[in-house]
Design a protein around this ligand. Structure first.
Ligand code: AMP
Length: 563
């Protein structure tokens, strides 16, 4: 049995080294030594995943449960915990510090309890996740409290981070995959493929050890990573790249992966969360599919009274709604557009070419062809251009060009699906605040709060955050520039004297109640630091609103939703 202390020591070491190869070596050496069940648990824990997707469990621990458990286990007050949190901004470090000073409660502590094993921690997390119903909050706290009362300070650090599924040690899926390949001398591509098909690192780890990776395949009721589209340069360039293409609208909706298993239907979102309960009409539609079992891929689009797609936020409301679902479904009805098939009647079809998958999809959706995304194969750029314009006129996002001969590549953003969307103008925004990074990047300001100018009042109104995606070196330079501009420090956040302008690209401007400008940027990214621009040249709220209108105008000819 491996102690959780050893796992925590590994995490500490991994957190302390900066090179990804070093991290992978450490993880590989650790995993190679474990027994089967520990291997399965630890390889998921390292990337902050607690349970296999087949268990369909969520831990459901927010800060309040976590801190209450800590306070109870260690005999300190919630105020003390919030003070420490303000100072460090890291729940893991707070847990470590609190446990370090733990006051013994009751006699159990004097008996010198057993040390925790990896499996003990996992079992407790299972109990936390399985606590449901009225008294679930109390049961969750009790189980976590038990862990904190038994844990060493270092163990507590990683128990806390696991509980909130944020390990902060710089190892993601890719890192664990490479570590498994190294630990058991397997081909990294085989490990990646197995993970993409099953989305279950524990299962992949055990199969890597047993040399049965090639046996792993798509499973019904087991969400699989979605295939993604790469941004194409232009229609002619994309057609040149692919030759004959399958042309489809890029619908303005939200991705759904539907698992139909007999009469049972489950729907997963793009992030592979189970959203079945929120989408009853999609469940009904899926039931009409003529197949014993199938995994279907498509887009759910909210159609307004005018027959045009509603704003993306409206769809999100549907996906998040847990109560009064039917009522909201009347206001925001969803229509399904299926464009792919992943699994049919007990077998994976991911390796069939798109053309064949599409034929099978058409066959099983025969009863209800309106649920199929329109698709046409062509090598004519003129036709592609025409379909692209139609999509925009109809209020959708653009065009997707797909390679008809391509397999379904789960989790891949590759050239076999190319998306074409209108290019958004960039915005020049003032940097008005920032956040210190975490772990290795704790001494850098990593993300920046942006503001636009309200010409009426002369005030800067915030419009969201951008994380720079810069190298450590560039980030260090930028931090130096901003260090002198810090006005107020509040925990991990700083307020900055407005002086620097960032040119920011984004995919879309959205209305937002979070920011004082009333708008937010979807997928913002830093294009350049506009040292050449003075504050007066920053973009105004007026410009933000006008771009928003043009963009929505594409989606809403009447313009009635603009106000
Ligand atoms: P993006 O979110 O910009 O990376 O674009 C990819 C997304 O477009 C997919 O995840 C789908 O949600 C969406 N989409 C809309 N229509 C299609 C389509 N016909 N084929 C594939 N994806 C589509």
């Amino acid at each position: 049995m491996t102690s959780f202390q050893r796992f925590a020591e590994l995490c500490q070491k991994v957190e302390g080294v900066s090179g990804s190869l070093e991290k992978i070596d450490l993880v590989a050496a650790f995993l190679a030594d474990l027994d089967e069940s520990e291997l399965s648990i630890a390889s998921s824990f390292i990337m902050g995943t607690l349970f296999s997707p087949s268990l369909d469990l969520v831990i459901g621990v927010g800060p309040s449960i976590l801190y209450e458990a800590l306070a109870r286990a260690c005999g300190c007050s919630m105020e003390q915990i919030s003070d420490m949190l303000r100072a460090t901004g890291d729940p893991g470090l707070v847990a470590a510090a609190v446990v370090e000073k733990r006051k013994p409660i009751g006699f159990a502590a004097f008996l010198g309890g057993e040390s925790l094993s990896i499996t003990d921690v996992y079992q407790r997390f299972l109990a936390v996740a399985r606590a449901s119903g009225k008294r679930s909050q109390g049961a969750k706290v009790k189980n976590l409290q038990f862990l904190f009362s038994q844990a060493t300070s270092l163990e507590a650090q990683y128990i806390a981070r696991l509980a909130i599924e944020d390990m902060r040690i710089g190892v993601g899926e890719g890192g664990v995959r490479d570590a498994l390949a190294k630990a058991f001398a397997r081909n990294a591509n085989d490990v990646e493929r197995a993970f993409n098909l099953t989305n279950d690192m524990g299962l992949v780890a055990v199969s890597a050890r047993a040399d049965t990776l090639s046996d792993l395949s798509v499973m019904i009721n087991h969400p699989i990573k979605m295939m993604l589209a790469q941004l194409g340069e232009s229609i002619p360039a994309a057609m040149q790249e692919l030759g004959l293409v399958a042309l489809e609208w890029k619908y303005d909706g939200a991705r759904v992966q539907i698992h139909k298993d007999g009469e049972k239907v489950r729907i997963f979102s793009r992030r592979l969360e189970d959203v079945t309960a929120s989408l009853p009409e999609i469940v009904q539609t899926a039931k009409r599919i003529r197949a014993d079992s199938a995994i279907l891929d498509g887009e759910a689009v909210a159609i307004g009274k005018d027959g045009r797609p509603m704003a993306f936020q409206e769809i999100l409301k549907r996906f998040r709604r847990k109560y009064d679902v039917e009522k909201l479904a009347l206001q925001i009805p969803l229509h399904l557009f299926l464009f792919d098939l992943i699994y049919l009647d007990g077998k994976s079809v991911v390796d069939l070419p798109l053309t064949e998958r599409r034929m099978l999809l058409e066959r099983i959706a025969k009863a209800d062809p309106s649920i199929l995304a329109d698709e046409i194969q062509s090598d004519s750029p003129e036709l592609a251009e025409k379909i692209y314009r139609q999509a925009l006129d109809a209020g959708h996002e653009g065009l997707i060009l797909k390679n008809p001969a391509s397999a379904y590549a789960p989790g891949k953003r590759g050239k076999n699906w190319l998306k074409i969307k209108p290019v958004m103008e960039t915005l020049d925004l003032v940097v008005i605040g920032a956040k210190w990074g975490e772990g290795r990047r704790a001494s850098f300001l990593g993300s920046y709060r942006l503001g636009c100018l309200d010409q009426l009042t002369g005030k800067l109104l915030d419009i969201g955050w951008v994380a720079t995606g810069l190298t450590d070196e560039a980030l260090a330079d930028l931090t130096e520039t901003f260090r002198e501009l810090i006005l107020v420090q509040k925990g991990m956040e700083v307020e900055l004297k407005p002086a620097v302008i960032f040119e920011v690209a984004y995919e879309e401007i959205q209305k937002s109640q979070t920011y004082s400008s009333g708008y937010a940027l979807r997928f913002p990214r830093l294009v350049s630091v506009r040292d050449d621009k003075s504050l007066e040249e920053a973009d105004t709220l007026e410009r933000v609103v006008s771009i928003y209108r043009v963009q929505r105008g594409r989606n809403d000819s009447a313009g009635s939703r603009l106000k």
